[in-house]
Design a protein around this ligand. Sequence first.
Ligand code: NAD
Length: 428
Amino acid sequence: MGGAQNPFLIAQQQIRNAVVALGESEELYELLKAPAHFVEVQIPVRMDDGGVRVFTGYRSQHLTTLGPAKGGIRFHPAVTADEVKALSMWMTFKTSVVGLPYGGGKGGVVVDPRKLSQGELERLARGYVREIWPFIGPDRDIPAPDVNTNAQIMGWMLDEYEKIVGRSCPGVITGKPIALGGSLGRNEATGRGVVITIREAMEYLGLRLEGARVAIQGFGNAGQFTGLLLEELGAVVVAASDSRGGILCPGGVRVADLIAHKQATGSVVGFPGSRATDQYGVLTADCEILVPAALENQIDAEVARGIRARVVAEAANGPTTPDGDHVLAQRGIFVIPDILANAGGVTVSYFEWVQNLNQFYWTEEEVNARLEQKMVESFRQVVATAERHGAYTRTAAYMYSIQRIAEGLRVRGLLQAPARQLRVAAGQ
Ligand code: NAD
């Protein structure tokens, strides 16, 4: 499995492929190839031992053509500037693929939060907001949770922001606790969206979801809800992993039991009745549906050659390398690309923001019904684009998304009609 590939360069290559496939102009690629704004901040935090540690943080706003920037904040020791830039670019295409009035944003802090106490974590979250608050706002850039951040951290961040600006402003951040204006259904929204696209994909391919076997790499928020909701539809989880390792359970697990085991022990490893394996073993498990739900660069060419699933639903952002993608496409494995598969989270974040701006809150049924409608419509548009252009699903998702963005750029007067066309660079 990779890790060495630069996600920023991968994102640029994906954009380039889609711009070429659309016959769009070089100017469009130039407008999309890097974030419009990017800030790096240093965050001093008073630690429990009385000393001060300084953490590095980032916030990237890729494009705000269709609306304010939108995207999560990641706390992870491996966060880099290029990773945050790439993630913000993927957010632009994700929000556009599901038709939200946003551009892409993303933030990150270089930290291993498991090594912080609750008090240190809170001071870090508040410190991050003290550094980036001039760049965010409900009509400018709206953060949300991502890897290792959650509703409680969003609650601290909102509180800090409101103290600084001196007014109530729930729309500045989404994924908040319900008590602070969070939306019902937000917590499971990413998993629910992944499952809706899997259900549509299985139907499109003429495959049965009932009894289908599922492998999940990364048993966190996105992975767990995907497992729970797939189980409700009759599928069976037969493999799962987290950062500590993986398990195989060919007879299937009860997802609630696996969640309870992870809560009790900190990992899926050691689940009763399971066999231990590594990440490769989970990614190449004997199953119909593979859900990468951990980090980037997990499916390279070697892993892609070993995958036995018929459908790969990318709950994680950027789990497949370009080489891996090439192999998946050649092998005819149906990929539901990240910008479509995991768009449920940002879609319900959008619903949360709409509710905050209107000060009027919806029922969970209303949230889920609207999510269902958005995901199904987007899935069908991407598949129709793939069929129309004979394109791979990832390229089709980018094509559909970039068409909307290009239209926005044109009516703003920032982009001419297609003229000078990009050439496909050697090897792409
Ligand atoms: P999370 O922190 O809740 O869970 C991540 C899980 O991945 C954890 O179980 C962790 O142990 C595991 N993990 C970490 N490194 C791993 C590795 N090398 N191999 C296997 N497992 C590993 O995070 P999450 O919110 O579920 O996010 C997971 C992915 O989904 C990320 O790529 C994120 O960007 C994407 N995503 C999340 C949301 C959301 O709303 N939560 C929305 C869109 C996309």
